[in-house]
Design a protein around this ligand. Structure first.
Ligand code: FAD
Ligand code: 2HG
Ligand code: ZN
Length: 483
């Protein structure tokens, strides 16, 4: 990949324009002028430390107007940009590839309004997810997305990636619950579609393009989102099972018996749980070893009734030997403790070095087959083992079982071409054969860009390119990624 020479290189004159616009505290500069600030590294590297850009300038606008002026100027001068939220994305989308200017949304962090009757929240794109959710908790509501990176990811970044998370099963995707978006287009014009209407059939629903648009057609500055009531009664069960067949049976039972109160059904294989145990040093929630573990959460309005239902469900699946062993959290601390065995996996996976990550939608009956097939393939190639000469530490699978979303992860001692050759495009072919998706929720970014053809037809890719050209004719928005 080469830097596209159509983009202008940043000069002191550009920097002066931005500093006059934003003030010097709202920009981080390194390497453009002599009075360099060294603080730029964090904006240049991603959460996994797998991707590294070379920006010399980070801008932190405080208003839509400032974003508009920045983009208008960049578009006129052919300066490429990367929108950045919490920089927790897992596909390399949030950091520059070369010297693109980073436009970081952290200063746009106001909550504008919340309507307690409709549950509609209007907030800036730079509000941190956890802060939005804590604000809503005080008002007995919940943000309809939750994920392990909630302490640093931002709601604009969440919408830009169309993040799925732990409770999509219950609250649905942003394509349904985001009601409005304000976004700045590359030419500086503001698309004010900050609707607070649940129903609005007045032509093409343009905001949908920004949901999952990964910063390629504009910068989301505000969102309006429908937030459900927070359930007063939340219960969590965690259990061990002997096979993936049993996991599927348990899922069917959970849907049948817990129906309207089911709010999460998460899958973890035994290897991920041993990994969390090894890395954190915490003792496992259950005695003995199980091939699979599931975390089931219910959210409802009646603590006694819900608790009884979950208890009955657990009794039933244990009596019928669907489940080998299980526990119910007794209080809030235990609920969090059990969730940490699921939410902590991503962080623990990075412990031994690098990780190859695949975030896939697969028909549920075949979902775990891919993990076994990948392990067999890498083992046959002699790449898996405990010795230092083996690049691959393990092959593990977990994910949002309720959504048919597998996270296949291959932790490695070091990134290695021999491993990559075995994995790609083989994993994508495997998924394509089953009409799955090569990216269920993390998006395309840099890593999935070359492979989008495994999930989208030529006609669709052509339309996507036409949309990109329509919104961003100069191609300044998040170049080298997505499409
Ligand atoms: P960033 O990483 O900063 O940006 C992501 C992409 O969006 C980039 O392409 C960027 O250019 C673009 N972007 C950011 N802000 C804007 C904006 N305002 N306007 C336009 N474009 C913008 N993802 C899931 O889907 N489900 C999970 O369960 C999940 N769990 C995670 C757990 C951990 C521990 C980690 C580290 C990540 C997890 N992720 C998950 C991935 C990631 O957190 C999400 O994709 C998140 O939505 C990214 O938000 P962010 O603010 O960090 O965005
Ligand atoms: C999760 O569900 C995230 O925990 C991250 O989507 C998945 O690290 C991964 O592969
Ligand atoms: Zn996930």
């Amino acid at each position: 990949l080469q830097r596209d020479s159509k983009f202008t290189k940043i000069t002191e004159e550009h920097v002066k324009f931005f500093q006059d616009l934003l003030g010097s505290e709202s920009s981080v500069i390194d390497g453009v002028s002599k009075d360099a600030s060294a603080d730029i590294e964090a904006y240049n590297s991603d959460w996994m430390r797998k991707f590294r850009g070379h920006t010399k300038l980070v801008l932190k606008p405080s208003s839509t107007e400032e974003v508009s002026k920045i983009l208008k100027y960049c578009n006129e001068k052919m300066l490429a940009v990367v929108p950045q939220g919490g920089n927790t994305g897992l596909v390399g989308g949030s950091v520059p590839v070369f010297d693109e200017i980073v436009i970081n949304l952290q200063k746009m962090n106001k909550i504008h309004s919340f309507d307690e009757v409709s549950g509609i929240l209007v907030a800036d794109a730079g509000v941190i997810l956890e802060i939005a959710d804590n604000y809503l908790a005080e008002k007995n509501h919940i943000f309809p997305l939750d994920l392990g990176a909630k302490g640093s990811c931002m709601i604009g970044g969440n919408v830009a990636t169309n993040a799925g998370g732990l409770r999509l099963l219950r609250y649905g995707s942003f394509h349904g619950n985001v009601l409005g978006i304000e976004a700045v287009l590359p030419d500086g014009s503001v698309m004010d579609d900050l609707s607070k209407l649940r129903k609005n059939n007045t032509g093409y629903d343009l905001k949908q393009l920004f949901i999952g648009g990964e910063g390629t057609i504009g910068i989301i500055t505000k969102i309006s989102i429908m937030c459900p009531r927070r359930s007063p009664a939340v219960n969590v069960a965690y259990f061990g099972l002997e096979s993936y067949e049993h996991v599927q049976k348990a899922f069917r039972e959970a849907k049948g018996q817990l129906s309207e109160i089911l709010s999460a059904f998460e899958l973890m294989d035994g290897r991920t749980q041993k990994l969390v145990n090894r890395v954190t040093g915490k003792s496992m929630p259950l005695e003995g070893e199980h091939a699979f573990y599931c975390l089931v959460e219910t959210s409802g309005s009646n603590a006694d009734h819900d608790g009884e239902k979950l208890e009955k469900f657990l009794e039933h699946v244990m009596e019928t030997e669907v489940v080998q062993d299980g526990i119910l959290a007794q209080d809030q601390t235990q609920i969090q403790e059990l969730w940490s065995w699921r939410e902590g996996i991503t962080e623990c996976l990075g412990h031994d070095g690098g990780v190859y990550k695949y975030d896939l939608s697969i028909p549920i009956h075949e979902l775990y087959d891919l993990v076994n097939d990948t392990r067999d393939r890498l083992t046959e190639a002699g790449l898996v083992g405990t010795k230092d000469s083996h690049p691959v530490v393990d092959v593990v699978g977990y994910g949002h079982m309720g959504d048919g979303n597998l996270h296949l992860n291959i932790p490695v001692r070091r990134f290695d071409k021999a491993v990559e050759r075995q994995l790609e495009p083989w994993v994508y072919e495997w998924v394509q054969k089953r009409n799955g998706s090569i990216s269920a929720e993390h998006g395309l970014g840099v890593t999935k860009k070359p492979y989008v053809g495994y999930s989208k037809s030529e006609t669709m890719i052509k339309l996507m390119k036409q949309i990109k050209d329509l919104y961003d004719p100069n191609g300044i928005m998040n170049p080298y990624k997505y499409i």
